[in-house]
Design a protein around this ligand. Sequence first.
Ligand SMILES: Nc1ncnc2c1ncn2[C@@H]1O[C@H](COP(=O)(O)OP(=O)(O)OP(=O)(O)O)[C@@H](O)[C@H]1O
Length: 285
Amino acid sequence: MDMNQAPILEFNKVSKHFSVKDGVGKIAINGLSIKLFPGMLVGLLGKNGAGKSTLMRCALGIIEPSSGEITTLGEPINQLSSEAKAQIGYVPQQPFGYEGFSVSRALELHRSFYPAWDRELENTWLERFDLDSKQQVQRMSVGQRQSLALIMAMAYRPKLLILDEPVASLDPIARRKFMADLFELALESGSAVLFSSHITSDLERVASHLALMRSGELVLFKEMDSVREEVKLLTLANGEDIPTGLNVLNHQGNKVLVDNFSDVKYPDMAAESLNLERLFMELHR
Ligand SMILES: Nc1ncnc2c1ncn2[C@@H]1O[C@H](COP(=O)(O)OP(=O)(O)OP(=O)(O)O)[C@@H](O)[C@H]1O
């Protein structure tokens, strides 16, 4: 990861409100700021409806934010050049059609839009995902379509890759292969990747950073190693106050979830390390 370079994606105090019919608005993203640099593989985690897809769709310019600024590949999102667009890869939650096409025809068509398309990478991935290039897209399983969508989004080595639950329909073997390759590809190409997943073990294994959303807000954005070291569940003794200087993510009874714990600063506190699934549960307790 190179933080001396310009960010590939930057959100500056971005909010997105949806107006709904009964007049009550919905705040999907609230004052969110984040920067993604080359080599970052950011795992986005949040409950259903937390705002993950909205964040991703704003980053791609599919929907406009209500306020705040978004810069993608150095350009304001509402004025993205075609050069910048050709360096973005996206796999939505429900991958698109290509009905009536064979895999190879679909890839041929898609390939024509991207000068940087890497045929070797395409072939490697077709093999890895066990896809038959002669098969008709409409006869493929959901997981096979998802694999095809991933190849289409990644074979031109985009600088920014946005994947909305990319592996939800993949079997564990395909998922592992994909996750390992994703990591390698991002590092190799100096790309930034933003991917959402509810599979916390995948996030734990491959993400360089964790972005945690709750009700439209980014409550945590940290390197994975720092998450392991600094995010702790504290148990307060009877009558004990939360020590000053700690950043509280959640507080229920005598349990306090904090994101900036240090053994050195608070040597006497009962502090428990959490895996990502526990962290998620404790955040929403
Ligand atoms: N077009 C829309 N009109 C009105 N409300 C919307 C619209 N799109 C999203 N929302 C609302 O914004 C909130 C965030 O939705 P979003 O799809 O971003 O959540 P998510 O974190 O991606 O959820 P999931 O994990 O279920 O995919 C939800 O309450 C949703 O109902």
